[in-house]
Design a protein around this ligand. Sequence first.
Ligand code: ZN
Ligand code: CU
Length: 485
Amino acid sequence: MPEFDILFRKARLIDGSGGPSREGDLGVRGDRIVAVGDAGDARADVEIDASGCVLAPGFIDAHAHDDLPLLLEPDLEAKVSQGVTTTVNGNCGFSLAPCPGDRGRPPAPLGAFTGNGKHLYASFEAYFRALDAAPGAVNSIFLVGHTTLRHAVMENFDRAATPAEVEAMCALLDRALSEGAAGLSTGLYYPPAYAAPTEEVIALARIAARHGAPYVTHMRDERDGVADSLEETFRIGREAGTAVIVSHHKCAGRDNHGRSAETLALIEGAAARQEVGLDAYPYTAASTFLVPERAAATARVVITASRPHPECSGRELAEIARDWGCSLLDAAERLAPGGAVYFDMNEDDVRRILAFPATMIGSDGLVMEAHPHPRAWGTFPRVLGRYAREEGLFSLETAVHKMTGLTASRFGITGRGVLAEGAFADLCLFDPEAIRDVADFATPKTRSAGVLGVWVNGEATWDRGKPTGARPGRALRRRMAGGVH
Ligand code: ZN
Ligand code: CU
């Protein structure tokens, strides 16, 4: 009987720890890595000559919104084609659970993340049951969204939650975390959460702390008030006694270009006293909902979706306004509700943030949009190809660490993000000379180059440029003892 189901020979092994790569063999049996090193004359069902190629842990997307895609488009080709094997969902305050009872239409933008509330689940138990019944091509973990909790207990969102509402949200969160949710997220920037005072979030973060789970945040302000927002985030973590993770860190708006030197120093200072993590995507353009005032004030905006004018997706706002003979603001108002890409970051900031040792890579991709930001398809190969290989911003080992081992440890995901005997066989085989993103703002739904093979729990999901159609992903639960697995 062969010793291995799959045996990779002579690969350049990058183990996810950030340490130097080495040449070696790696054997897989069932869903696990069972041997790393020299396989000698061992036999296997499938032998792969990996000479000249990198074999790394499958990438973990630290910031995803694959909640609804996992249910509706579970092949997740956008992610699989980049080498992603696990995604962290429920970010920015938006999760599909818990929301007991019929609460009516969710406030925007929660509606867009939940199929207008059709895909909300009363509890994480029910949600996990649905996920287990129809697995996706990637593993997934799930944060509990503060905005979802608000929708579950409040009618109006332009105010602080009352003590009774805070208590009800805490009870829902406590139960969700007991049932396997991986942490708490907020989207304090967005209207349905903006009126929440810091104290409301601290009360919830205390529940996360009791479960040893992190607090993850799309901060109130990523522009002029970015430093204040960081201080607010640190305070929440300190007072609640839990780790914080700053989502898609950026310094947006021309007046704030260059300020990442200041914000990263703040993060470094705080990290000396408390646990602070952050993620970022490798682009100078942001993407979110179409906010007419913001669109009118940004130098360049591309429409990614528009409910009243779907034919406009993919076009520049300025060009649409010219065709319609109206102002940018008028055009944006006519196009809303919708989505947009905002070109309002600075390349030096993006580089500095990516290179910061604590920064994890997260796509923040919206894979179901008609014309998404290319980060949905290109984030991981872009970091490996453009920033590591071409620009030499960091080593390939460091780049891989930022998308594997570092992310697994921040979110407490055990047995993944590393190449080690006994770990799950989540793997990405890529050509280090060829890997690069191909998706761009004109043609965002484009596969990257250089990703040769991807395996999830020992099963191939990507094979020489094509999806296999397999869906071996698992919905991972945080458990009181021993992290998320
Ligand atoms: Zn966000
Ligand atoms: Cu997000």
